[in-house]
Write a protein that binds this ligand. Structure first.
Ligand code: LLP
Length: 463
């Protein structure tokens, strides 16, 4: 993940220690539009608003910490992805990034499909009315019960992840007299340039069936022999928060190569390929993600070119962006609590949430931005570490960022780009209550996932 190794520059070099942070912006009150959702503005009175509603009002009404999601931004991003890929491709939103019934309804209305990877995501999708044929079911260890539910619901595709699963899905489909549409997830052997825990196409990890050693070709052989399965294509997902298109290109090339081998061996041209998700977003001003139309152009071109080389008809392409759709659309709003300046180091700013609402910093060393949003300030920049209220020192939300030196308890600060993998990976650590997701649109705000209560906690504790 991008990180400037050199700190603040001459103005701060003597004051602040070595560390991984960039120089403070000239004006800390300015919000970099790259990292904030589209309707976020700082108003003339200094308060930041989203969808036309001031954060001070949102905090009063919904409390903190809370995630505020910009619905029109979410919808615009859905449209940008489906317009970019056009009518000969399918966009599957990856529900693991963030899923709720409201999200499913928006996807349905915006014409997107949905990738789910658990019984829980599947039931949410179906309950909210997503047509089953627009659902793809993923996972490296789907239970028989999950497979049965997916087959019974009539999901559009199940992405097969192992030899065992080929047999299991075929068995379930046959027992119902059905023919299940499937893809085979292959591991293309690409080292994606991202954090080790979110890279998925190198060989030494748990996902997919390796192209290497002919294992994927063997999976194709097995699937084609089974009456309960209809093989519609090959799937590859190389990792997450990736900026460099080179990995996708290699992946596309290797997947098309397999299609050619399948054609040569079996006389069958598989009609689809899925290149997965993984496109990076801007968490800080340093990050420079490509736009959906640039990504689509380069992926479509490479697949078309490779198919021409092999004399194949270009298959229908699908992609599965999760983070790139929902990530930039939300921010987390916190209230500042204790503030501890550590002489010669930095100032620890504690907020009323932490690793329970955003585990990404602790888990992946992820970087975030932060801003004072309840007022403006002309105070000097103060090197800060935004930390949570949990009982461990790794409970960091923003490792190094500049906040104004007059920051005080009760101020509201917001961390942008928390729409993906924050609420969906939130926990009850220290018996904290998971924050709500509040949707803001055209001057109106409504809760789509409510805040947990102490009763929720106690209800599960039946001992
Ligand atoms: N398709 C498949 C098969 C996936 O496994 C994933 C993500 C996606 C699509 C969507 O990837 P995206 O476009 O959101 O990068 N918790 C980590 C990310 C884990 C991603 C898992 N799979 C994080 O917070 O960075």
């Amino acid at each position: 993940m991008s990180r400037s190794a050199h700190p603040a520059g001459p103005r701060h070099a003597d004051v602040y220690p070595e560390g991984h942070y960039t120089a403070p912006a000239d004006d800390l009150n300015l919000l970099d539009e790259k990292v904030w959702s589209r309707t976020v503005r700082r108003q003339d009175n200094g308060v930041v608003a989203v969808g036309g509603i001031e954060v001070t009002r949102l905090a009063e009404e919904f409390g903190t910490p809370a995630y505020f999601l910009d619905e029109s931004d979410f919808r615009a991003r859905c449209r940008a992805w489906s317009d970019a890929f056009g009518p000969n491709a399918d966009v599957f939103y990856a529900g693991k990034a963030f899923l709720s019934r409201a999200v499913v309804r928006w996807l349905k209305e915006e014409g997107l499909n949905l990738d789910v990877c658990s019984g829980g995501e599947l039931i949410t999708a179906l309950e909210a009315g997503m047509p089953a044929d627009r659902i793809a079911f993923h996972g490296n260890n789907k239970s028989t019960e999950e497979i049965e539910r997916a087959v019974d619901a009539g999901v559009g595709r199940i992405v097969l992840d192992s030899y065992q699963e080929i047999v299991r899905v075929a068995h379930v489909a046959q027992s119902r007299g059905k023919r299940q549409r499937v893809q085979i997830r292959v591991t293309v052997g690409v080292e994606a340039h991202t954090h080790e825990f979110i890279a998925t196409a190198h060989e030494d990890q748990k996902f997919g069936i390796a192209l290497a050693g002919g294992q994927a070709a063997e999976a194709v052989r097995r699937v084609l022999k089974l009456d309960g399965l209809e093989l519609i294509g090959i799937h590859s997902h190389i990792g997450s928060q990736i900026f460099d298109m080179a990995g996708f290109e290699v992946s596309a090339r290797r997947v098309v190569q397999l299609l050619a081998e399948v054609r040569d061996e079996h006389g069958v041209e598989l009609p689809e390929i899925d290149l997965g998700g993984g496109l990076g977003i801007a968490y800080t001003s340093e990050d420079d993600p490509s736009e959906p139309h640039e990504i689509a152009k380069s992926l479509l071109e490479i697949v078309t070119r490779e198919c021409e080389t092999h004399g194949l008809t270009t298959p229908r392409i699908s992609v599965e962006p999760g983070r790139a759709i929902v990530g930039p659309t939300a921010f987390t709003l916190y209230e500042v609590g204790t503030i501890k300046p550590l002489e010669g180091l930095r100032t620890y700013v504690s907020v009323d949430g932490g690793m329970s609402d955003n585990i990404r910093t602790a888990l992946y060393d992820a970087e975030y931005s932060v801003a004072l949003v309840s007022r403006t300030s002309t105070a000097e920049p103060m090197l800060s570490r935004v930390v949570g209220k949990h009982c461990e020192s790794g409970d960091i939300v923003v490792r190094d960022a500049f906040l104004p030196a007059d920051l005080a308890p009760g101020d509201l600060i917001a961390v942008p780009a928390t729409g993906a993998y924050c609420r969906s990976m939130a926990s009850n650590y220290n018996h904290s209550l998971r924050p709500p997701v509040v949707v803001v649109r055209d001057g109106e705000a409504r809760v789509i996932v409510r805040r947990e209560t102490e009763e929720d906690l106690l209800r599960l504790d039946v001992g």
